[in-house]
Design a protein around this ligand. Structure first.
Ligand SMILES: N=CN[C@@H](CCC(=O)O)C(=O)O
Ligand SMILES: [Zn+2]
Length: 420
């Protein structure tokens, strides 16, 4: 059996333990459960005890010889970061679109002309499972190096049964091949495929009647997501798809109010989605609807920056009582990044979150957005030992020194997976 691991003398241990049950809102987003001179005792991949170094010395006074010890004087320690919204499984790359957009083309213009999601769909359809696994593992390695230990992963670059299934099977296989935990979401409604142009309802019906039963039968996903947007899926189509998903035991999420405000936030509240994503153009009424129903606002500040759009109003959402999570939105078009630390920096700089709120949004609230808060997202007895040791002294410094990877060591289920 593996020796216990004791991380001690942690300058600042941000446990993210709080008295608020469920997703954190308002002032509790600033409650990081900080312990000075903190200590964590880990055995069999799980956290056995958390407290001050003196407390753990006492607790384990008869057991201090056969143990691996890390001295974390001068360091910040946090839970492993959680990314609750990624499109990490895809074929190919779209760097040419980056240049096109810098020269004035819009994201939706490119998509309407057959690029964007359609271009990645073509490359993903052509890729074998092995190709996709190889390409995705590189991105997962990068996530891990940036302190991310759990991610959500969507399909949505297949837009037909065969390739949606291929993407979801790749997610399943990656669970065995990589230390990161992946949580699968079916997003066959990411776009209307080119071959169904003008027959959008046909595609929505195909998705509901032919894809969903197989997704459920083969246990390929836990969540269902829809791109509810002008020229993609209408509010009515999105509602039908999400309600159908619920009948097949999938929990709804929605890409809402990203480019045009269609009332996606209100729809998220109506269908009892666990989270609504993007929310760049959401109105005050939409924010209130999210707050009342406890729907998590999953904000993607790197995407707004990359599309050169004004970021979502995260500050107002928190003040209105929305539980906010943040994510990379890692995808080949609007956010080709795997850096959650950068996303935390951007949440402070472009959405006016405080450093503490940004950390809550990237850990505990992010775990809630994918229903993993019982296992990850905070450092508490009984949870998975997913832990990051940072090369900074406190959480304020983590957000202050922006655009730099401060990760020193990452443990996933108690095993050291990164050491820089
Ligand atoms: N907005 C829709 N979907 C993705 C982008 C996908 C892509 O461009 O490939 C997003 O969340 O930003
Ligand atoms: Zn997305």
């Amino acid at each position: 059996m593996k020796r216990p691991l004791w991380i001690k003398h942690i300058n600042q241990l941000a446990t993210l333990k709080s008295s608020q049950l469920g997703p954190r809102t308002k002032a509790s987003m600033s409650d990081l459960g900080i312990i000075k001179d903190g200590s964590i005792w880990i055995e069999d991949g799980l956290i056995q005890a958390v407290g001050t170094t003196d407390e753990l010395k006492q607790l384990y006074r008869n057991n201090q010889h056969n143990v691996d010890i890390i001295d974390a004087t001068d360091h910040l320690v946090t839970p492993g970061l959680v990314d609750p919204h990624t499109h990490v499984v895809y074929g190919g790359s779209r760097e040419k679109e980056f240049e096109l957009r810098l020269n004035g083309a819009s994201y939706m213009d490119i998509m309407s002309a057959g690029g964007g999601i359609h271009a990645t769909t073509k490359m993903t359809r052509e890729a074998t499972e092995e190709d996709l696994i190889e390409q995705t593992i590189k991105r997962l390695d990068s996530f891990l190096e940036h302190g991310v230990t759990t991610i959500e992963a969507k399909s949505g670059y297949g837009l037909n049964l065969e390739t949606e299934r291929k993407q979801l099977n790749v997610i399943k296989k990656l669970q065995q091949l990589h230390p990161i935990d992946l949580v699968p979401t079916f997003m066959g409604a990411h776009a209307v495929p080119a071959e169904y142009k003008g027959k959008e309802d046909h595609y929505a019906n195909l998705l509901i009647n032919e894809m969903l039963p197989i997704i459920e039968n083969e246990n390929l996903a836990e969540f269902i997501d829809v791109f509810c947007e002008k020229d993609v899926f209408t509010v009515e189509q999105s509602k039908n798809i999400l309600e159908a998903g619920k009948r097949f035991n999938l929990i709804p999420k929605i890409h809402a109010d990203e480019i045009v405000c269609l009332g996606g936030a209100e729809l998220a509240a109506e269908v009892e989605a666990i989270s609504a994503e993007h929310l760049l153009k959401t109105t005050e009424q939409g924010m209130k609807a999210l707050a009342i129903t406890g729907t998590i606002g999953c904000l993607l500040p790197a995407t707004a920056l990359y599309l050169r759009e004004e970021a979502a109003n995260g500050r107002k959402m928190i003040d209105e009582g929305v539980a906010v999570a943040i994510s990379t939105d890692c995808n080949p078009g609007s956010s080709p990044t795997t850096s959650m630390p950068l996303v935390m920096n951007l949440a402070c700089l472009t959405m006016k979150l405080t450093p503490a709120e940004a950390l809550t949004a990237a850990t505990y609230n992010a775990a809630c957005a994918i229903k993993r808060e019982h296992m990850v997202g905070s450092i508490e007895k009984g949870k998975q030992a997913d832990i990051v040791l940072w090369n900074v002294k406190n959480y304020q410094e983590l957000q202050y020194r922006f655009g730099v990877n401060h990760v020193k060591t990452v443990w996933k289920k108690g095993i050291k997976v990164v050491n820089r």
